[in-house]
Design a protein. Structure first.
Length: 544
């Protein structure tokens, strides 16, 4: 199977790693049924090209008129691997490559699918997202799972146990697919579809084989918010996406998109399809995420056709010593290796292009953020001059610890970022003076922020500290050497990187948490934000 990839780049169009999960047949029968579905799909798709395909599935390797097909089937070892390549009828120079594999691994059957598209370097046509029809047929007639069953219907969350299972799924490191939750509107009149802002059945079908879709009841939604906090939850018609590899302690909630009721309405209002525009956007960015994921296929024992066929050739000729047969075997193996090399080079080239594009876009976005922050600062100062309504003195300081996340989002979203770890620490906060905590956060968002961006000296900030409370002290939190002796206590994962909580603002040295205040943070120069990593208690040191 010689797909010519010179002067080409390669993109993914679909990928899936799942397990067969039959409910009405044995695992062995499910393997045979699933491989039959794939084989029958290939017979229909290539009926006019490969007219001599055997009626019953079997191993074969054939190419004709620019189309190629390869199958290795071993019923004894429960191994089935399939590959097809065919030209795009609409885009010159473009080839579609479908790889899929079914194999037994210990007591389960792995189902893997990878659709790739090669295009000429000069091609400007976008590569569409394309899930093969046989994937949906296997979902409907057999069943596959990604921790839970992969379905074209929404899952229901009605009880506390349902929510507990949902949270367990979200943090399961083996989860491959994104999970989307639709929350009920507080007022039924606000809803678009049966109490929700989107049609759950419609989005579940659109994302079948791509993501898990959940709808939650109002009572279960309250319990979800109690468990994870408002930063990680969704409510009042909002739709939230939770990507894989999630940790409620270490992950950044802003990397898991939240579409509020207001945003959904605004997006639908400007889109061509008033009722579904925001839903189509959600589907699109989940598809983009799916294609961008780097799946370590070989770690799951997945070889796909090219490598499997090379091993097949080695086994076929291993006992034969004739020079002609050995030469033929070596030539065939070299051809397979060259094809793998060509595909890897094309894929690497596409990755390099993506990196350059992302780097440019990131630089532009960072500059935009800096410009917008500067504009916000100017507008805030203008408002202060016009009215004292927006003065920092008017911002409330009498909330509870659990209100701090919303308070930051309401008044200082451009200056303070509350890390998930800090949000969790606030749940068990017992410091006796919550109002001082609010004052300290306001101090950081105003005076210390101005110091960080060069508008104020540190001495001036120090004076402001003493005006808030004469007992306040701001200093380095801990030395690098000492921090290393305490594991991850003084570190958080922020935007995919490990960052040290190098500064703290506090009052008191009493070991009793009721009377000792510490707010730990660091300055994010790139995003011009103060990241609050932990509060309001003293972290462990050799002294405490």
């Amino acid at each position: 199977m010689a797909v010519q990839l010179s002067s080409s780049y390669l993109r993914r169009s679909y990928q899936l790693l799942a397990r067969l999960n039959p409910t009405e047949m044995t695992d062995e029968a499910a393997f045979e049924r699933a491989s039959n579905i794939i084989y029958e799909w290939a017979k229909r798709k290539f009926a006019k090209i490969f007219r001599q395909m055997p009626y019953v599935k079997t191993s074969l390797d054939d190419k004709r008129d620019g189309n190629e097909i390869g199958i290795i089937y071993n019923p004894e070892t429960k191994y089935f691997v399939f590959r097809a390549a065919h030209p795009d009828v609409s885009v010159p120079g473009r080839m579609w490559i479908v790889d899929t594999q079914l194999h037994k691994s210990e007591n389960e059957y792995i189902f893997s699918v990878r659709v790739s598209v090669t295009s000429l370097q000069s091609c400007t046509e976008d590569v569409p997202f394309s899930c093969p029809q046989f994937v949906q047929l296997i979902i409907e007639h057999i069943g596959i799972s990604d921790i839970i069953n992969i379905s074209n219907q929404p899952h229901l969350l009605l009880s506390k146990k349902d929510v507990d299972d949902f949270l367990s799924l979200l943090e399961n490191p083996k989860r491959q697919l994104p999970a989307i939750i639709l929350t009920p509107c507080n007022q039924s009149d606000d809803s678009v579809s049966d109490g929700y802002m989107m049609d759950a059945t419609q989005i579940a079908k659109a994302l079948s084989g791509v993501a898990h879709v959940f709808i939650i009841s109002a009572e279960a939604n309250e319990y979800l918010t109690e468990c994870v906090g408002q930063q990680w939850s969704a409510f009042n018609g909002a739709v939230r996406t939770y990507y894989p590899n999630l940790s409620f302690v270490e992950s950044d909630p802003y990397r898991h998109p939240l579409a509020t009721q207001q945003r959904i309405r605004l997006r639908n209002a400007i889109g061509p399809d008033v009722s579904n525009y925001c839903m189509s956007e959600i589907v699109e960015y989940i598809q983009t995420f799916t294609l961008a994921r780097h799946i370590l296929w070989e770690d799951q024992g997945i070889k796909f056709y090219l490598k499997s066929y090379q091993e097949y050739l080695q086994q076929q000729y291993s006992g034969k010593q004739g020079s002609d047969e050995l030469i033929a075997s070596y030539k065939a193996q070299i051809e397979q290796l060259q094809k793998q090399c060509d595909e890897n080079i094309a894929l690497a080239d596409s990755y390099a292009k993506d990196y350059e594009t992302c780097a440019d876009e990131n630089n532009q976005q960072q500059q935009l953020i800096r410009n917008l922050k500067a504009q916000i600062a100017v507008l805030r100062d203008s408002l202060k001059n016009l009215s004292d309504e927006y003065a920092d003195e008017k911002i409330p300081e009498d909330g509870t610890y659990l209100d701090i996340g919303d308070w930051i989002n309401s008044y200082y979203p451009d200056k303070l970022f509350l890390h998930a770890r800090a949000a969790r620490s606030l749940k068990s906060a017992i410091y006796s003076d919550p109002a001082l905590v609010y004052k300290c956060l306001k101090l950081l968002a105003t005076s210390y922020y101005d110091y960080c961006i060069g508008l104020k000296s540190y001495e001036a900030f120090w004076v402001d500290c003493k005006q808030v409370d004469s007992g306040l002290e701001e200093s380095g939190a801990i030395t690098d050497t000492a921090a290393g002796m305490h594991g991850d206590t003084y570190f958080v994962v922020y935007r995919g990187k490990k960052r040290k909580l190098d500064r703290h603002l506090g009052k008191g040295s009493n070991k009793d948490r009721r009377y000792c205040l510490r707010i730990y943070y660091f300055w994010d120069e790139e995003n011009q934000t103060i990241v609050i990593g932990d509060m309001p208690h003293h972290l462990d040191t050799s002294a405490t």
